[in-house]
Design a protein around this ligand. Structure first.
Ligand SMILES: [Zn+2]
Length: 305
């Protein structure tokens, strides 16, 4: 799972064209009421399906768009009218261009458009670094917003709310209040230590803050769609935030003791959280992430605000 996620992410930003999507199947799961989750490769897709048409959250990879359209046809013949991107990464926005060419309108926070338009580098300010090219015009969100936007379709007020500086500086969390479902984007993932794109304005402090604010807004029985991984509940989010806080505190303590990054890795200071260590973001990469996040070292950082 972690290996797949990491690999896909890496391939997205560097060599997506070479990745073989031919064997990927789109799995459709009914989450609640008229909200579905679609899994293939890349980030989870949420879909609001109803008489007014389809609104989806994120769109995986361009070569999967036909399969995604096909899977949605299994639920309704109505078109995908709107796509909301949770953030700019290619495993969540790769389908933008073909979807937009077939008539869908892309919506995202201002910084998503800026980063897609410019291209650049994603990374944790350390060993995880991935360059990505500027996206073609058709892949860019047509409607952007600074703080929040609401799409009134299918009898629901689908709301995208921006949280600054979590996974990236352009994150939105998407609420489906009537159906009691939320899509967290990559501010909450299930593949272990999260990738925090410090090079694109992300930070662990911002990720914790976003999750705490969101948890305060949500009913206790809300169904949570993570950026990656299985449908979850608020207890899962709470456990994730607990890990983020505990590991941040340990790294902050080491910083306060003037330990270097190399010393922290050598002392394996995140050993108690080893079960979160994955092949994409292992313990050492997460120490780097936390260190860079807490000391404000972002590598070659381009601010988009
Ligand atoms: Zn991401």
């Amino acid at each position: 799972m972690a290996a797949v996620t990491g690999l896909l992410f890496l391939m997205t930003v560097s060599t997506a064209a070479q990745q073989d999507f031919s064997k990927v199947q789109i799995k459709v799961t009914k989450v609640s009421g008229n909200i579905y989750m679609l899994e293939g490769a890349g980030g989870n897709i949420a879909a609001s399906v109803g008489d007014d048409g389809i609104v989806i959250v994120d769109d995986q990879y361009a070569p999967l768009v036909e399969k995604i359209q096909q899977a949605l046809k299994g639920i309704t013949d109505k078109p995908v009218r709107f796509i909301i991107n949770t953030h700019y990464h290619g495993d969540h926005t790769g389908g933008n261009e073909p979807f937009s060419n077939s008539g869908s309108t892309i919506i995202a926070q201002d910084n998503v458009r800026k980063r897609l338009e410019s291209g650049g580098s994603a990374g944790n300010g350390g060993s995880v670094k991935m360059d990505y090219p500027a996206a073609p015009k058709a892949a860019l969100p047509i409607i952007t917003f600074a703080n929040d936007v609401t799409v009134h379709l299918n009898g629901e007020d689908i709301r995208a709310l921006h949280f600054p500086s979590g996974h990236t500086d352009g994150d939105s969390i998407i609420f489906f209040p009537k159906n009691n479902v939320v899509h967290m984007g990559d501010d909450f993932v299930r593949y272990g230590f999260p990738f925090i794109d410090v090079a694109s304005g992300g930070s662990v402090q911002g990720m914790i803050e976003a999750m705490e604010k969101v948890m305060a807004l949500l009913p206790p029985d809300v169904k949570v769609i993570p950026g990656h991984g299985a449908i979850s509940n608020l207890d899962d989010v709470r456990a994730f935030v607990k890990m983020l806080k505990e590991t941040s505190a340990v790294v902050q303590k080491a910083i306060d003791r003037r330990q270097t990054l190399a010393q922290m890795k050598q002392a394996k200071i995140l050993a108690p959280w080893e079960k979160f260590s994955g092949s994409f973001i292992n313990s050492d990469a997460f120490i780097e992430t936390l260190y860079n996040s807490l000391t404000g070292q972002k590598g070659k950082f381009v601010k988009h605000n």
